[in-house]
Design a protein around this ligand. Structure first.
Ligand code: AMP
Ligand code: MG
Length: 603
């Protein structure tokens, strides 16, 4: 049996990001942009009015008061979509509507409410003149040309997931199509002699095929295109024929036929015509799961297709879809966030875990008094589809736990929250690793001012092998820790300190979410065992070898860059000790988020 993580890693290693295609923008909802989109126009195209009112010269209004208004001659009118035909000369005004271009000469708009237009109209007064009741500053109620989007600027960067608002932005810059990563076509096959199509009458001993529909709906929900192959019977021949029909898809998902019964032959077909990756995972429900690469079916003309064989039980098949098929589809679509959003909730019933598997319990999550609660949706049999229909979350009980008791905190995957909503984008992180005394700290010290100078916000993360001395005895924070608090946060006008008391050290991936997403880069010192991007600091006198294998590294910084052993030994960018600017360039180019001209971080 393998773990959920191992299974997922394996599956993801077999699927690739698909190629881009150009599509009408309305078809692109939820897809990943495969091009940088620059604007060829200014938006708004001209200075224009943000209010219905009168375009004026601000200085003409100086000194005006409600009790003794300045009066201006109204020389024309301009509506949105048309161009002004007259100029605003001293002592004059032009009546203007929201969105209409600002006439030459004018530098402010006085809204109707700040004029005497209403009183004039109701008293049948003269509209060739207007009284200004309030002084206007220059640019009052004026929207500047290009203030939303300047011509030539990058409006949407490659990698953005297109939501309705991004689709609107594309339309506003005049793009009716966009280059996006193509949606994967997912072939779906139900298997079992007991299955009857949904539109056929049931016969004794038969059941309707529901998995096809759950799975197809899931595929659509996550942006793929479902291709329903129908029902394969429990014979090698029937399955082989059906599977062959699905081999031009980007992925094949079957349900049923993967456990240990006499008729569970999906894995046999996979073994015969493909490579079986594995077929049991340490999870519950969902233990029997096949994954492999289907190929060469019946001398097939078609290419290889990743095949995910989900268990037949309806709940198992949906839960395994969520854990494995969903991330695979997201990866094919070019998405970076592959995890489902999770929250921490108080579980309201005991959940046992007797056989060391990861339990996914179907729960209803509610929020009361600022706290999430999760209640189990009744009987949890893996055949009880309504148990997941009632649920909005899956409480995850780790395989290492014997179970949880009511009142304890559990992690819950939120079934209805999409990836983009739940997951906060993390600040990018790079670790500076090296032997003790190699000069890691010094490099971090050099890089911080260099990157700050370039306008980046930097957080530094220090790894310490021994305990940390910040929680000084006698301080209030210390008293709170002594009293048993799991974390203490001290807030003051100039600093925020967060102390979390731990039994074992957190992984980098668990620390960065605490730092949040507001930094352009987290420079971490140490963490050589983590899987994050690393730059190793090397010092000749400590030996030629590196502490990380070159495949794990992004670059090397060394005091002997000309040393051929180092330079030729590894195909990696090599920097000298004093090349701070070049190292910063490398970090900027490879790890940092794009920042715009003003040094502002793009969303
Ligand atoms: P299997 O993994 O093929 O042994 O199936 C396990 C259980 O799931 C059996 O009770 C099947 O009847 C049920 N099952 C399998 N496929 C489907 C399906 N497409 N729709 C509904 N139930 C199914
Ligand atoms: Mg079956």
């Amino acid at each position: 049996m393998i773990s959920v993580e191992e299974a997922l890693e394996k599956i993801l290693s077999y699927v690739e990001v698909l190629e881009p295609e150009r599509r009408p923008i309305l078809d692109c909802l939820g897809q990943v942009l495969a091009e940088d989109v620059y604007s060829t126009i200014d938006i708004p195209p001209l200075d224009n009015s943000a209010m219905d009112g009168y375009a004026v010269r601000a200085e003409d209004t100086y000194g005006t008061r409600e009790s003794s208004p300045v009066y201006l001659a109204v020389v024309g009118e301009v509506a949105a979509g048309s161009l002004p035909t007259k100029e605003v000369e001293p002592g004059t005004a032009i009546r203007i509507m929201t969105g209409a271009p600002l006439p030459d000469g004018a530098d402010a708009v006085v809204q109707f409410e700040d004029t005497d237009e209403m009183t004039r109209k109701s008293s049948g007064g003269d509209l060739s003149q207007i009284g200004i009741l309030r002084q206007a500053k220059k640019r009052l109620n004026v929207r500047n040309r290009g203030e939303d989007i300047a011509r030539g600027s990058l409006v949407l960067e490659k990698g953005r997931v297109l939501r309705p608002q991004e689709i609107g932005v594309l339309a506003s810059v005049g793009r009716s199509t966009a280059l996006v990563i193509r949606r994967p076509i997912v072939a779906i096959l139900a298997t079992g002699d007991e299955l009857i199509a949904v539109d056929q009458p049931l016969a004794p001993g038969k059941i309707h095929d529901s998995n096809t529909y759950t799975i197809a709906a899931e595929v659509s929900r996550y942006g793929g295109i479902p291709r329903i192959l129908g029902i394969g019977r429990d014979s090698i021949q029937s399955l082989t024929e059906k599977i062959d029909e699905g081999l031009d898809a980007d992925m094949l998902i079957t349900s049923g036929g993967v456990s240990k019964g006499d008729y569970d032959i999906v894995k046999d077909v996979l073994a015969e015509h493909g490579e079986v990756g594995f077929w049991t995972v340490r999870m519950k429900p969902g233990k029997p799961l096949a994954f492999g690469i289907m190929k060469n079916v019946e001398g097939s003309r078609k290419r290889q297709v990743p095949h995910l064989g989900l268990p037949g039980n309806p709940v198992s098949s949906m839960i395994t879809f969520e854990q494995f098929a969903r991330p695979a589809i997201s990866k094919m679509m070019g998405k970076k966030t592959l995890t489902k959003p999770t929250i921490r909730a108080i579980i309201e019933a005991n959940i046992a875990n007797n056989d060391g598997r990861r339990v996914f319990a179907r729960v209803i999550v509610t929020r009361r008094d600022g706290q999430y609660y999760a209640s189990v949706t009744g009987p949890q049999g893996s055949g009880i589809l309504t148990s997941i229909a009632k649920a909005n979350g899956l409480a995850v009980i780790p395989e290492t736990s014997k179970g949880v008791k009511a009142g304890e905190m559990v992690k819950v995957q939120m079934l209805d929250w999409m990836e983009e909503q739940g997951e906060q984008e993390m600040s990018p992180i790079v670790a500076i690793v090296g032997k003790s005394q190699s000069g890691k700290t010094m490099l971090v010290e050099q890089l911080i001012p260099e990157l700050k100078k370039r306008g980046y916000r930097i957080a530094a993360l220090k790894h310490s092998h021994c305990g940390i001395e910040i929680d000084h005895p006698g301080k209030d924070s210390w008293k709170f820790t002594q009293a048993g608090s799991d974390a203490v946060c001290i807030s003051s006008p100039d600093k925020l300190a967060f102390i979390r008391n731990l039994n074992c050290e957190l992984k980098v991936e668990e620390i960065t979410p605490i730092l949040g997403s507001e930094f352009d880069l987290v420079l971490a010192e140490g963490f050589k065992k983590s899987k994050i991007r690393k730059i190793e600091v090397h010092r000749k006198e400590l030996g030629d070898n590196l502490i990380c294998s070159p495949e794990e590294l992004s670059a090397i910084v060394t005091d002997s860059p000309t040393d051929t052993l180092i330079a030729d030994g590894f195909k990696l960018p090599i920097f000298g000790w004093s090349d701070t600017a070049a190292i910063a360039d490398f970090i900027e180019k490879n790890f940092l988020r794009a920042i715009s001209g003003e040094g502002k971080c793009l969303p």
